[in-house]
Design a protein around this ligand. Structure first.
Ligand code: ZN
Ligand code: ZN
Length: 201
């Protein structure tokens, strides 16, 4: 990822499209950067705990560098636009929650309506483009305190992600992380093979 790219562009490039959810994530990420006085994560100095798996999380990954692959993005499946960002160096964490109804604009509703459609007419496509422009302006210029509530929280940072040994599954022959193997009479199995054998080989 290019470090000199503006945060917004990083997020759009990573996410692939521009949408209200992504923009809310951009604002949360930028707020966290300012509040904690941090720059993009290089080697797990930062940790993000997210409570949604929707668009906004991609902004957190692209801007803060807390990613699924690095292991410093933790997903709690609560269906809430809440992002807790922690800095190992600063020993500080902030929990950022989107305010209920903060982006319930008339335009958001229409945008979602158009988004659900499989095929858009030329007119609708133009309308959708236009709506993105309107929502972009609203979300990106909205005072932070209208968009989010936040509080400093204590967050125990887990140890850095470990690299585990790889074992070979006795059935499919594929490599599998040691901590995900199942010890059976047939030998060491990966989880899918273990499940296929009824979980009691
Ligand atoms: Zn999106
Ligand atoms: Zn297997």
């Amino acid at each position: 990822m290019c470090k000199n790219m503006p945060p917004l562009e990083l997020a759009i490039q990573f996410h692939g499209h521009i949408c209200p959810g992504l923009l809310i994530g951009v604002r949360a990420a930028e707020f966290a950067q300012k509040h904690l006085d941090i720059s993009q994560d290089y080697d797990e100095e930062l940790l993000a705990v997210v409570e949604t798996d929707s668009c906004g999380v991609d902004a957190i990954q692209a801007i803060l560098g807390c990613t699924f692959g690095k292991g410093n993005l933790i997903f709690n499946d609560y269906g809430k636009n809440v992002y807790t960002i922690a800095s190992r160096d600063k020993n500080q964490a902030v929990r950022i929650a989107q305010k209920y109804g903060a982006t319930s604009f008339r335009e958001s509703e229409r945008f979602r309506e158009l988004n659900r459609k499989q095929v858009l007419s030329e007119e609708e496509a133009a309308e959708k483009e236009n709506l993105i422009g309107v929502l972009f302006e609203k979300i990106m210029t909205m005072p932070l305190e209208d968009l989010f509530t936040w509080e400093d929280v204590e967050l125990k940072m887990p140890g850095k992600a470990q690299i585990h040994a790889t074992r070979q599954c006795a059935v499919c022959g594929e490599g599998v992380m040691e901590t995900r193997t199942r010890q059976t009479e047939t030998g060491i199995l990966c989880i899918p093979c273990y499940n296929k054998l009824g979980g009691e080989a």
